[in-house]
Design a protein around this ligand. Structure first.
Ligand SMILES: CC(C)(COP(=O)(O)OP(=O)(O)OC[C@H]1O[C@@H](n2cnc3c(N)ncnc32)[C@H](O)[C@@H]1OP(=O)(O)O)[C@@H](O)C(=O)NCCC(=O)NCCS
Length: 183
């Protein structure tokens, strides 16, 4: 898998040295799931999921570590997965496990690198994101990359004891190309 360099962020495959840090975020609902469902993993399940993700387009395991180039530290992970059994698009997800790294554009830069890579390396014509309606940071992040709010799925996600509505976002290959070719 490629290493993707942005101005301040690098996406790179996870290595075993990353596993325990990323796993500790995974088992902390306040970090990974303030607006999402949450399930505990064992360390072995987590490692197996990461190491087999390349062969499984539907895998929810992280695909890349998000490393800050200046600091050299891993502050998050991003992933993509085939979200529907019939429809052929990929959804992206993103978590900055270190809350101190949030709010500085790291998430948006990381997701931008990921979306570019998905359009470069797969034949999909649409990349999507699904965000709890209350997860303002998540949907603002993709709006800033040109994703369109395509609609709302009502009562589609259960977490924190109740059903939540989710916003569906997407960007097509032609929209992405037009946007990124402007420089
Ligand atoms: C979602 C997340 C990755 C955003 O990363 P980030 O690096 O903090 O985001 P950025 O700094 O790139 O900002 C992206 C946009 O969100 C906005 N934003 C960031 N944090 C916000 C917050 N707490 N509340 C409201 N808006 C916020 C920014 O202002 C920016 O929008 P703008 O440019 O239109 O002003 C991060 O908050 C996170 O890890 N959250 C927990 C996990 C999660 O919910 N992931 C999404 C599920 S797919």
């Amino acid at each position: 898998m490629a290493v993707l360099e942005g101005p301040t962020v690098r996406l790179r495959p996870l290595t075993p040295a990353d596993y325990s840090g990323v796993f500790s975020w995974y088992n902390d609902p306040e970090i990974v799931a303030p607006f999402d469902r949450f399930a505990l993993d064992t360390y072995e399940e987590f490692v197996r999921a990461v190491e087999t993700a390349a062969d499984d387009p539907a895998s929810l395991a992280p695909r890349f570590a998000v490393e800050r180039r200046a600091e050299g530290d891993v502050v998050g992970v991003v992933g993509s997965y085939r979200a529907h059994p019939v429809l052929e698009y990929l959804d992206v997800w993103y978590v900055l496990g270190d809350p101190r790294a949030r709010g500085h554009g790291v998430g948006r830069e990381a997701v931008s690198l990921l979306v570019a890579e998905l359009f470069r390396t797969t034949p999909v014509e649409r990349v999507g994101a699904t965000c709890d309606v209350e997860n303002v940071a998540s949907y603002r992040l993709v709006e800033g990359l040109g994703f369109r709010w395509e609609g709302t799925l009502r009562s589609a996600l259960f977490h924190h004891g109740r059903w939540h509505d989710v916003r569906v976002y997407g960007i097509t290959r032609s929209e992405w190309t037009a946007r990124t070719s402007k420089g």
